[in-house]
Design a protein. Structure first.
Length: 150
């Protein structure tokens, strides 16, 4: 079954390709930087910058677009996404913007058309949220943050 995500090109970006899967087996599709043509955005070590993608999206109700870091940028340059994974809700219609952070040791340069993040569309149903007096018991219980070992 093929689902459809409708992307709207943001004004001033006729040269950017539609977000696309790089390979037939890719789980995520690439977003590219819609920075001003001919300009380079520099992200210093420890700094973050919001980079536009040039597109908005319409998703079916019950789905979200998860925006995730690209592994190659993370490994080679220390580039990640501040709120990874970021969520684009199904009712959001503004331009998709990606907040990159430089966790590396050197300046990172973003140019128009660079692949900067990947998107994965996932089910995100709204659940009925209820308050209860007690929760069922488990072996783990309330143990967290390393309670299961190293």
């Amino acid at each position: 079954m093929t689902m459809t995500a409708r992307f709207k090109r943001w004004e001033g970006n006729p040269d950017l390709p539609l977000p696309a899967y790089a390979t037939a087996g890719a789980a995520g599709f690439d977003f590219r930087a819609a920075t001003p043509a001919g300009e380079t955005v520099t992200i210093a070590p420890g700094a973050r910058k919001v980079i536009p993608t040039g597109f908005a999206v319409a998703l079916p109700v019950g789905y979200e677009l998860q925006v995730r870091p690209r592994s190659g940028l993370a490994v080679k340059n220390g580039i990640s996404i501040v709120n990874a994974p970021g969520t684009v809700d199904c009712d959001y219609r503004g331009e998709i913007m990606i907040c990159l952070i430089n966790l590396g040791a050197e300046d990172f340069h973003v140019r128009r058309g660079d692949r900067i993040a990947q998107g994965i569309i996932a089910a995100a149903p709204q659940w009925e949220l209820v308050e209860v007096q007690a929760l069922d018991e488990t072996v783990r219980g309330a143990g967290g943050h390393g309670s299961t070992g190293v």
